[in-house]
Design a binder for this molecule. Structure first.
Ligand code: FSO
Ligand code: SF4
Length: 549
């Protein structure tokens, strides 16, 4: 195996024996092969025009299949070899169906990806060896190809959530295919691939905008909300991941059953949406970011549902074994899948029945946290914020969106938040916030110093807020705003957030706790020269730098 797609990659260079995330080499190989098969499908589908897609029988469900397969390979999403084997076989079936239906490759027509066959898991393992990341020898080409693919994985995740709520966009799917196919095309130069990376960012913005529309259109605009972090006395079900379409169905199905619902990690923003927070048995958020789950799931007592990543493989003998369920792209060997009805809705009966037999969660925290500062809510406060900036009460905003992780070096973000001058505001989104959202950093004239917009995809909201401030202050360049970007990354959704910010013209983003291993020195150089990308240093030095001291 060779995998270097996340921030925790072994020795900061690549996992080669077993993933730091717990991914086994066999799983990594199957993921490589799945991505490869998607490239074959993409080459064939590239020829389909926008119009011809609507009534093409052969292509039914393929858009979703591509997005979901990409999502399955995101860090900590799916550890189930059987699920990958099934997906690969399905992908080959789709490829053959496309060929039989008359699809012709417009490029790479002689490529192995259009003809190879595998059926058994052994054959898949053998084939995977030659199609992984290292099959691209030139390190700069490899770096750019993988940067696009990792961004695309994040984009696909956001697209899938939007799709689950009935929001689709064929142009985004067409780009996914173009991107996948392009990463096999040896005729593309470094410059072509840099353009592809930037285009990935542009479509990343589109995917986030679509998801924003889907979430706000379905559940209302997020609003300022105080979220309980304690527990009630009923048994509960804990929901992790990012999919709001799942949690709404669970809320409906548990109403009046005596079972309460709690959010974990990236599900926290559920509480901010009017049509979700109205459920009285949505009791609170239990625990912290994804990587604390091994301890927090033990004390929760009730069943847990993963609607997406981030799964941490449980310790042998974990008390919650037998009570964890997965759905969508998430999966773990031995964990039960949520039943999907014929019409695509979900049936949570099994989870609810288990919950009824469980004790109430053990309280691990008390009190509340405040969030719900997505674009609509912040725009409503715009006058107050603009006045505070004009009066000098707010000197600077710090966008600290992204992910949390288990590395000790991430203490940097807690310390950074603590040490920031009191006349600064943190704008956050994603699970990175758990490093500082319980610190009690105070407020500026009633505006909390940590404004949480929501999930990592809601970084889109932060970009909209920046664009709004640019308009209000009548600035030519978004980079003239008093906003600094200190982003924490872990997996591939943070990669698409970064590429999206770059495509919106945002410069001088600091990325930590370490720069991605998949960026070759040449690619780092391009990012530094064109976008002012930088890593992080010591908290004190960085604060001085950001504050222009
Ligand atoms: Fe975190 Fe995991 Fe949302 Fe990620 S829970 S790390 S960037 O999946 O997607 O922020
Ligand atoms: Fe290693 Fe990260 Fe890949 Fe897991 S996802 S195998 S930790 S690089």
């Amino acid at each position: 195996m060779f995998c270097y797609q996340c921030q925790e990659t072994a020795k900061g260079t690549g996992c080669t024996v077993r993933g730091v995330c717990g991914k086994q080499p066999e799983t990594a190989n199957l993921q490589d092969l799945l991505i490869y098969t998607l490239k074959g499908i993409s080459i064939l589908r590239e020829g389909h025009s926008l119009e011809s897609r609507d009534d093409c029988e052969v292509c039914k469900g393929v858009d979703y299949f591509i997005a979901n397969s990409l999502f399955m390979t995101i860090t900590n999403a799916n550890f189930d070899d059987e699920a990958f084997a099934v997906e690969i076989r399905k992908a080959l079936e789709i490829r053959e169906g496309l060929k039989d239906g008359g699809c012709v490759a417009k490029r790479l027509a002689d490529h192995d990806v259009l003809t190879f066959t595998v059926d058994t898991v052994e054959e898949m393992q053998a084939k995977a060896i030659s199609v992984g990341v290292l099959s691209t020898e030139n390190e700069d080409i490899r770096s750019l190809r993988e940067l696009s693919i990792y961004g695309l994985k994040g984009l696909a995740a956001y697209y899938e959530h939007a799709n689950n709520l009935g929001y689709k966009n064929k142009e985004i799917v067409m780009f996914m295919e173009k991107c996948l196919a392009s990463t096999l095309d040896d005729s593309l130069s470094v410059d072509d691939l840099i353009a592809l990376v930037l285009e990935t960012g542009k479509f990343g913005v589109d995917a986030m905008a679509l998801l924003d529309k889907a979430n706000c259109g379905t559940f209302g605009n997020p609003e300022i909300t105080e979220v309980n972090i304690g527990v009630g006395t009923n048994p509960g079900i804990l929901v992790s991941g990012h999919d709001l379409n799942d949690i709404v169905q669970l809320l409906e199905q548990t109403e009046g059953t005596g079972v309460d619902i709690y959010t974990h990690s990236e599900m926290l923003p559920t509480h901010y949406y009017p049509k979700l927070k109205k459920f009285k048995h949505l009791v609170g958020n239990y625990g912290n970011a994804w990587w604390k789950q091994k301890e927090e799931f033990e004390s929760f007592n009730g069943p847990i549902i993963f609607t997406t990543n981030c799964i941490v493989p449980p310790k042998a003998g974990a008390s919650y074994e037998g009570k964890v369920f997965t759905t969508n792209a998430a999966g773990y060997p031995g964990w039960e899948r949520i039943t999907v009805n014929e019409d695509g809705t979900k049936d949570f009966t099994n989870v609810i029945e288990i919950a009824k037999t469980c004790k109430a969660p053990i309280e691990i925290e008390t009190g509340s946290i405040v969030g719900g500062f997505a674009h609509h809510q912040v725009f409503a406060l715009a006058d107050k914020i603009v006045d505070a900036v004009k009066s000098g009460a707010i000197k600077k905003f710090f966008v600290m969106a992204g992910c949390d992780g288990r590395m000790k070096s991430r203490d940097y973000y807690t310390e950074f938040a603590e040490k920031l001058p009191k006349d600064t505001i943190i704008l956050t989104a994603g699970c990175a916030k758990f490093r500082y959202n319980k610190l009690n950093l105070g407020d500026i004239g009633g505006i909390p110093r940590v404004l949480d917009a929501g999930q990592c995809n809601d970084s889109y909201s932060l970009a909209l807020i920046a664009l709004k401030l640019k308009e209000v202050f009548e600035l030519e360049d978004i980079n003239d705003l008093p906003i600094a970007y200190n982003i924490a990354w872990y997996e591939q959704k943070a990669v698409i957030v970064l590429l999206a910010l770059l495509s919106l013209g945002i410069k001088n983003i600091h990325l930590g706790p370490t720069l991605p291993a998949f960026l070759s020195p040449t690619v780092v150089d391009v990012l530094v020269k064109n976008f002012g990308i930088a890593g992080i240093g010591s908290v004190d030095d960085d604060i001085k730098l950001f504050m222009g001291e």
